[in-house]
Design a binder for this molecule. Structure first.
Ligand code: CP
Length: 359
């Protein structure tokens, strides 16, 4: 380019309202601090969204909001600790937000982004790799397209492992990021006895093929009283596994399936969309014809969530609208992972505790 690019003539754009501190501060003010539920997570593997209850979910989101509103921490609780970030499948957000979270807490990171650079290429078992991890780090974050891999490692691990996506099974930390975004949007979703009819959520996706949707539904079932209905929008005849739907309905979630996106959109308060399922060494595209754009018949107040990476299902003309909560959702993933890592590796204390009280 033989002329100065126009973008180089202006300072970078300041953060907009979705990145401001008012919303995490409001969430922080809405929930009373109680470290007990998080102390229960100390030194535990985190593999499934089923491991969370309301108290743990709310306190994790509270701690995440504390981190979001306190960018410069006075103490770095993970100084001297090492995270092993083992990603045997591509990732932008999960790997980098875990690394960002760990660095912001003062720790060091070792990353594996290609299993072919480890003994796995020579036939080494996951159990033996896990045995080595015990000596090299303090916690493992694993993404693997084989849903059993995390369980194979668990047998040999004496340090906690966090599931960053295991095949089409679960992605619990993504679901935590989803709920953190929802609570910043409407803290009253955490009320024991919500007022009014509750919000209507549309999920454009396939619960038995997408790990993000599977884990999200499990966490949504914890706030079932605040949700009038979850509409699963897809063109698959059987979107649920065997007892998946029954499990969610037993917890109080009201579920309905629909194939007609534009008929549902005008009634939805939250629209969650995903069209990718990672299977084996590649991904399937599901429901790509179910697309959102600035011309979709959305409620004015509706927010859109997407775990990303996006494809053609989510038009970029939505990025500059107030429906766009997907970038804020991805940003919040750093803080919710900070909260989870602190709880699992460090053991939380009251935020106001002095180091002497914590000793
Ligand atoms: N949301 C999510 O899992 O994105 P990545 O695949 O980029 O980690």
């Amino acid at each position: 380019m033989n002329r100065l690019h126009p973008l180089l003539k202006e300072p970078v754009q300041p953060a907009d309202w979705r990145e401001g501190l008012d919303r995490p501060q409001a969430l922080l003010d809405y929930v009373s601090e109680d470290p007990e539920p998080l102390m229960d997570l100390a030194h535990r593997p985190i593999v499934s969204a089923r491991q969370f209850d309301r108290a743990k979910l709310f306190q994790l989101c509270r701690l995440a909001a504390h981190y979001e509103t306190t960018p410069a921490l006075m103490q770095l609780p993970l100084t001297g600790k090492i995270l092993i970030n083992a990603f045997y499948e591509p990732s932008t957000r999960t790997r980098l937000s875990f690394e960002s979270a760990w660095h912001r807490l003062g720790g060091d990171v070792m990353s594996i982004t290609d299993p072919a650079t480890t003994g796995i290429a020579k036939g080494e078992s996951l159990a033996d790799v896990a045995e080595m991890f015990n000596h090299y780090g303090d916690v493992v974050v694993l993404r693997d397209s084989n849903e059993q891999a995390v369980y194979e490692m668990l047998n040999s691990l004496r340090i906690p492992i966090l599931n960053a996506g295991n095949g089409i099974d679960e992605h619990p930390t993504q679901a935590l990021a989803d709920l953190f975004a929802l609570f910043k949007w409407r803290p009253e979703l955490m009320d024991d006895e919500p007022k009014g009819q509750g919000i209507r959520i549309g999920i454009i996706g396939v619960p038995n093929r997408m790990r993000t949707v599977r884990s999200l539904l499990i966490l949504l079932s914890l706030i079932a009283p605040a949700i009038s209905e979850v509409v699963i929008i897809c063109d698959v005849e059987q979107p649920f596994d065997g007892d998946q739907r029954e499990e969610l309905e037993e917890k109080g979630l009201r579920l309905r399936a629909s194939k007609s996106l534009n008929n549902e959109l005008p009634q939805l308060d939250v629209v969650y969309i995903n069209s990718i399922a990672w299977v084996g060494d590649t991904y399937e595209k599901l429901g790509e014809e179910l697309r959102l754009s600035a011309h979709s018949p959305l409620k004015d107040s509706a927010i859109i969530l997407h775990p990303l990476a996006r494809g053609e299902e989510l038009a970029t003309d939505l990025d500059d609208t107030e429906h766009n909560w997907y970038f804020a959702q991805a940003r919040g993933a750093v803080y919710i992972r900070m909260a989870l890592l602190t709880s699992v590796v460090h053991r939380v204390h009251r935020v106001i505790d002095t180091p002497e009280q914590q000793a």
